[in-house]
Structure formats: structure tokens, C-alpha cells
Design a binder for this molecule. Structure first.
Ligand code: NAP
Length: 321
């Protein structure tokens, strides 16, 4: 039986509606949470991400502002900007879009963000809160992974979870969240021996690698839940063929649609999980439309959460993060 497809777009929209309702309630009490986004220079990819974040903020009713220092900005200038945002009461969330130019000490800038306003959840103080199960701000993409599981009624406690990838922004926090939710967790990386055999133990397999279609059906225990965090742009027709076969000839209309779009645009967005996994997994997140939409939804959630935490208010029971 083909895998149940976990609709990340719908789950993200649900969360955004819940956040919007909460923002409305807060507005009636005279409180308006605000997000400040810092985007250095003019990288087209970063500009698209930031535009999405600002637009989403407006849609849920948050106050938002964007700061766009030039590509030549210095570490000292960025630190001064962050300090100013730290001080301003109407700004609850500060997001510094990465990557920063090479002359900037990125770690120093990220460390300067007030942990109470660190809506990305990357500051070591928030990393510490997560690992010691104290309230804090949790990185958006891993928090989205947990939301997908919870809202799809996929049990976590007692399950064998395998996370492939150990980055600070996805793999490690995803593993920590699964551990906090009482899964038995294994974290894999590029030096893991017999990766496929370790992955095959998983009831819940999270792929956060950055390699298109690397997780093939041999890596997946029949019936397992597979969460595909990967976002890879495929432009090579041979790679497209490896992943999607012959469009219509492969028998799945979705492939033909993707092939038509690939021909038109010369690229397609692909996860770390090979599409053939849909034939063995019990449940699977698609790419696009799986984990991706959750990242912005959780950023909106974190901005409201940061506001409530700073005012010492109880969290509302929307999300597990
Ligand atoms: P990253 O920092 O490059 O980390 C990749 C991880 O994968 C590393 O831990 C690396 O191991 C491991 N890895 C690489 N090749 C491997 C192999 N052959 N076998 C086993 N492990 C391997 O990437 P990231 O920032 O975590 O992102 C991972 C993916 O998620 C990317 O596709 C990214 O675009 C996507 N992403 C999506 C969202 C979203 O909103 N959906 C958000 C963030 C990231 P080592 O540590 O040993 O090098």
C-alpha cells in the first residue's frame, strides 16, 4: 500500500490560523508582538526567504520590520544594529538571515541576539534550555517536524527514531526534541557505518542530509514514518531521471507533472528521500509541501511565544515547541 502523505501545507496553515487568532486576542489587550528581520546584501535566495517571512508576519497580524545593511557591513555595525533591536520593547523576535558575508563574524553576531528574542532558537542559551527541557525558543524546522508527527497522530514515545544529519540547526535539535518526547534516538552522519541498516531500524526516520534522493527504499523499514527535511535543487536531467523515471511512463501522473515543470524551468525541488520510498513507508512528507511550510509557521509561533515569555505569561497550548 502506498504511504500516507503527510500534508505539511495544511498543518502549517492550521498553525498560522491558530497564531493569527492568538495575535488578535493579544491585540484586543493592547499587545502586538513584533519581528525584526535582518537581511544583509542582495542574495536572491535570501531575499525570497525574507520576503516570505515578512509576508507571513503581516498575514498573522504581527508587527514586522526589515533591516537591509549593505554587503560591505562590518561585524561592529551589525552588532550595533542587534544591540538596538535587543533594547527595543516592540521587537520580540530578531532573525538574522544567514549566510552573512565572509568579513562578518557570524557567530559573534548570533551570540549577540538576546536569547529571549532569538526566534531561530540558535543561541547556546536556547540550545541549553532544549537539552535540559526548560522553556525556551526551539529551532523552527525541527519544531515543525514534531508538529507534523503530533498533528498526524503518529506516536513518538517508545518509538525507535533515527535522524540522519547532525547540524546545529536541524539534525541535533530534531534528535533532542524526539528524545524529549521519549523516543529512542540514534543520530547518524557522514561517518556512520552501514547507514542503511541503522536507518532500517527506525519507526520514525528523519532525513536532514542535503543530498537529493539519498534515502532509497532499502533504508526504510516497511510501514515506517519518513520525514524528509531535505531541500535540494535538481537541474541535471540524468539526476531527474534517476529520481523520477520516465514521467508518464513510470505510471504516476505526479511525475509527469513534475517532468513538465522541470522541462519548463530547468530545475525541480527534491528532498533527501527518493520518491520510491512512498512504496514502502507507512507515512511520508512530500517535497515540496512537507516540512518546508512548517518552518515559517513555527517562526510566527516563536515570535508570539517570545512575546509571552518576556511578559511572564503562560503559553497557549497550540504547539509542542
Ligand atoms: P548540513 O549542515 O549540511 O548538514 C548535513 C548533515 O548530513 C551533516 O551532519 C552530514 O554529516 C550529514 N551527511 C552528509 N552526507 C551524508 C552521507 N552521505 N551520509 C550520512 N550523513 C551525511 O545541512 P542542514 O542545514 O542540516 O540541512 C539539511 C537539509 O535540510 C538540506 O537539504 C537543507 O536544504 C534542508 N533544510 C530544510 C529546511 C526546511 O525548511 N525544510 C530548513 C533547513 C534545512 P557530517 O556532520 O558528518 O558532515
Amino acid at each position: 500500500m502506498p504511504a500516507r502523505i503527510l500534508d505539511g501545507t495544511k498543518i502549517a496553515n492550521d498553525i498560522r490560523s491558530e497564531v493569527a487568532a492568538e495575535v488578535k486576542t493579544m491585540a484586543a489587550a493592547g499587545v502586538r508582538p513584533g519581528l525584526a528581520v535582518v537581511l544583509v546584501g542582495h542574495s536572491p535566495a535570501s531575499e525570497i526567504y525574507v520576503r516570505g517571512k515578512v509576508k507571513a508576519s503581516e498575514e498573522v497580524g504581527l508587527y514586522s520590520e526589515q533591516h537591509s545593511p549593505p554587503e560591505t557591513v562590518t561585524t561592529a555595525e551589525l552588532l550595533a544594529l542587534v544591540e538596538d533591536l535587543n533594547r527595543r520593547d516592540e521587537v520580540n523576535g530578531i532573525l538574522v538571515q544567514l549566510p552573512l558575508p565572509s568579513q562578518v563574524d557570524s557567530k559573534k553576531v548570533l551570540m549577540a541576539v538576546d536569547p529571549a528574542k532569538d526566534v531561530d532558537g540558535f543561541h547556546p542559551v536556547n540550545v541549553g534550555f532544549l537539552s535540559t527541557q526548560r522553556p525556551g525558543l526551539v529551532p523552527c524546522t525541527p519544531a515543525g517536524v514534531i508538529e507534523i508527527l503530533n498533528r498526524s497522530h503518529i506516536p513518538i514515545a517508545g518509538q525507535e527514531a533515527v535522524v540522519v544529519g547532525r547540524s546545529d540547526i536541524v539534525g541535533k535539535p530534531a534528535a533532542m526534541l524526539l528524545l524529549n518526547a521519549n523516543a529512542t534516538v540514534t543520530v547518524c552522519h557522514s561517518k556512520t557505518r552501514d547507514l542503511w541498516a541503522v536507518c532500517r531500524r527506525a519507526d520514525i526516520l528523519v532525513a536532514a542530509i542535503g543530498r537529493a534522493g539519498m534515502i532509497t527504499r532499502d533504508f526504510v523499514k516497511p510501514g515506517a514514518t519518513v520525514i524528509d527535511v531535505g531541500m535540494n535543487k535538481v537541474t541535471d536531467p540524468a539526476e531527474f531521471q534517476r529520481l523520477f523515471g520516465d514521467g508518464l511512463a513510470s505510471g504516476w501522473a505526479g511525475n509527469a507533472k513534475r517532468e513538465e515543470a522541470f522541462r519548463r524551468k530547468g530545475s525541480t525541488l527534491v528532498g533527501d528521500v527518493h520518491p520510491e520510498v512512498a512504496e514502502v513507508a507507512g507515512a511520508l512528507t512530500p517535497v515540496p509541501g512537507g516540512v518546508g511550510p512548517l518552518t515559517i509557521a513555527m517562526l510566527m509561533y516563536n515570535t508570539v511565544k517570545a512575546n509571552k515569555m518576556r511578559r511572564g505569561e503562560k503559553q497557549w497550548p497550540v504547539v509542542s515547541g
